[in-house]
Design a binder for this molecule. Structure first.
Ligand code: ADP
Length: 381
């Protein structure tokens, strides 16, 4: 059954806004995406008003969900602080076991000023011992491939692992895992992550079309990611690996300071330009006091699929040198190899499909170092 934008607007007609006018007339709605029964839109308000709008967001979500044919709804509340305005108070802690899913208001897309701790907005995700980010200074360096294979390496070490694809600008986890289903809701109206390879997996790509995701602005990104972290029934996990959006702009910084990260892994290729980007990534995590677990050099050297000969076509070793210079761990070198590309693109990641091969061993070695650094946190949980 097709759901139209007009049906969505009609369903919102009776909802009053804190501004005294109907929600549909309050000039706060983004474009409405309604595709294949999946509806997504955001309510954009000023940060100072955000708290008052949370109940409106929940009402809107419930109203849309009641439309016949709607299978998934995500209404995000995005709040932008006006330039020069005082930072708003931190949001209340989330109440995960109550009723319909909700998005914690996102207060700003600028880093906090005036001494407010960036960590003030964070709270743990119940049941999840450690959330770690996999980040890169730019796209196309193999961040998502590394995130998935790292998650699988951690799985092979006996840990319970989840993967959240927060790369809203180009979610690739559906392609890398071959998963395209829509997540169902549980009794508490939380999304149930999809499962494959023994991982709990969630991606914005399961909810919206790729083109839709591309045009999201920073605050919308944050709101959607917050919802995917908190309104998903992750269950008990030792590690939740977050595949971050590439880059080190405002959206990434906000994400890094809003998600309760226990550490970050930076993926870089050996080329200089990529290393400059990686350096920015390091600086970003440092700024928000997230420990850098280390740097992975991806496409480190070319390994001939026929004869196995190694060629340093990119001037291999740059990331190791950079890691030493910056005093962060160097986690490993992953070759540029057809098998990694082919398995990624076929939705059968190499650690799972060729567990006894040399590439799986490299990813597991990276995972081992990450696990060792998180041991205290996992044991404490
Ligand atoms: P990003 O998340 O940084 O944009 P992806 O993980 O989507 O990058 O990888 C981009 C492309 O490079 C994909 O086609 C992927 O299969 C390929 N790729 C990633 N790492 C490797 C590697 N080590 N060897 C060969 N191909 C790789």
């Amino acid at each position: 059954m097709t759901v139209t934008q007009q049906q969505v607007l009609d369903s919102l007609a009776k909802i009053k806004s804190p501004r005294g006018v109907a929600l549909a007339n309050a000039n706060v709605l983004s474009a409405i995406n309604a595709t294949d029964g999946k509806v997504f839109f955001s309510i954009n308000v000023d940060a100072a008003e955000a708290r008052a709008w949370e109940s409106v967001r929940a009402e809107a979500e419930a109203a849309v969900r009641a439309i016949p044919g709607v299978t998934t709804v995500m209404v995000a509340l995005t709040a932008e602080r006006k330039a020069g305005a005082a930072p708003p108070p931190p949001p209340p802690p989330p109440t995960p076991s109550r009723g319909a899913p909700g998005v914690q208001p996102v207060h700003a897309h600028k880093p906090p000023q005036g001494g407010q701790s960036p960590m003030a907005r964070q709270s743990e995700i119940p049941g999840v011992a450690a959330v770690i980010a996999v980040a890169s200074g730019k796209g196309g360096v193999g961040k998502s491939t590394t995130a998935l294979n790292l998650a699988l390496g951690l799985r092979d070490l006996g840990l319970k692992v989840g993967l959240l694809d927060a790369d809203i600008y180009g979610p690739s986890v559906p392609r890398l895992t071959g998963l395209h289903d829509k997540p169902a809701l549980n009794d508490e109206r939380k999304m149930i992550p999809l499962r494959r390879f023994g991982l709990a997996i969630m991606s914005i790509g399961f909810l919206v079309e790729e083109e839709t995701a591309m045009i999201w602005r920073g605050p919308m990104v944050m709101s959607a990611v917050t919802q995917m972290l908190r309104d998903v029934a992750w269950g008990t996990l030792d590690v939740l690996v977050v595949d971050m959006p590439p880059g080190t702009g405002d959206a990434q910084l906000t994400l890094a300071q809003n998600v309760p990260l226990k550490g970050a892994v930076i993926v870089s290729t050996p080329q200089d330009l990529s290393l400059i980007d990686a350096r920015r990534g390091l600086a970003m995590f440092k700024k928000v006091n997230v420990p850098v677990l280390g740097i992975v050099e991806n496409m480190s050297y070319f390994q001939c699929p026929h004869c196995g000969t190694k060629s340093d076509i990119f001037g291999h070793g740059g990331a190791r040198h950079e890691a030493e210079k910056l005093g962060v761990p160097f986690l490993g070198e992953i070759p540029l190899h057809m098998a990694i590309r082919a398995t990624s693109d076929a939705g059968t990641p190499v650690v799972d499909s060729e567990p006894d091969g040399p590439h799986a061993a490299i990813y597991r070695a990276v995972a081992g170092q990450v696990r060792d650094q998180l041991k205290g946190v996992i044991a404490a949980a």
